[in-house]
Ligand binder design. Structure first.
Ligand SMILES: CC(C)(COP(=O)(O)OP(=O)(O)OC[C@H]1O[C@@H](n2cnc3c(N)ncnc32)[C@H](O)[C@@H]1OP(=O)(O)O)[C@@H](O)C(=O)NCCC(=O)NCCS
Length: 178
């Protein structure tokens, strides 16, 4: 079945399925600074130098990757921000093909480095990225101080994107080069 899966550039017609698949597989509570939304997808598609690809099984979107030439204020760094494969299609090398297509496009456009971030407990994503040639460059620990007046057990951040946090100087990321 996966041999019939084609990797093609993402178009507007794929948007609904990409959004739904992301809602199905992303747990954005793990990284509370991220938010999966129509805006997140549309911003990528709207960017003229995006590197967004979908994996198609006939007309069904069974995977996608959203990349761009925008990584904060680094002109020559690119960002592979979102990747997902439908649960029933995982384990067949589809994500690897998506990472390769996206990376090839970004390097062709002049990226010197591609950045991606992996949450500690996401072993599938870590395995995918390390076996695709990504190496650890910096570790950022999200520290949360709970309001003692709040009864809530789960620390929660306001729904702010990572980019917002970095822009406001509330999340710093170091990027030592190899
Ligand atoms: C991460 C994800 C995209 C991998 O998709 P996939 O199509 O199953 O991955 P592939 O089959 O291409 O596997 C690529 C590599 O990752 C490894 N891998 C994939 N899933 C794994 C798992 N659950 N545990 C350990 N390794 C795993 C594979 O063994 C393979 O490594 P290899 O080439 O050295 O053998 C998929 O699990 C997913 O959609 N997860 C939910 C969304 C997510 O967390 N995205 C990342 C954050 S944006």
């Amino acid at each position: 079945m996966p041999s019939t899966v084609a990797i093609v550039p993402m178009g507007l017609g794929h948007l609904r399925q990409v959004l739904d698949l992301g809602h199905q597989v992303f747990d954005t509570t793990i990284k509370p600074y991220t938010s999966w939304s129509l805006t997140a997808v549309a911003e990528h598609l709207d960017s003229p130098d995006n590197a967004c690809w979908v994996a198609l099984d006939s007309d069904r979107v069974v995977g996608f990757v959203l990349g761009s030439m925008e990584f904060e204020n680094r002109d020559d760094w690119a960002y592979l921000e979102w990747i997902a494969v439908a649960p029933d299609m995982q384990g067949h090398g589809i994500a690897r093909r998506l990472v390769d297509a996206c990376s090839e496009a970004l390097f062709t456009r002049g990226a010197r480095h591609i950045v991606t971030d992996v949450e500690d407990r996401n072993s599938a994503s870590a395995a995918l990225m390390t076996s695709s040639g990504f190496v650890p460059a910096a570790t950022v620990t999200l520290l949360v101080r709970a309001n003692p007046a709040e009864a809530s057990e789960e620390p929660a951040l306001p729904p702010m994107t990572k980019r917002d946090l970095v822009r406001r100087g509330r999340l710093s990321v170091e990027h030592p080069l190899p």
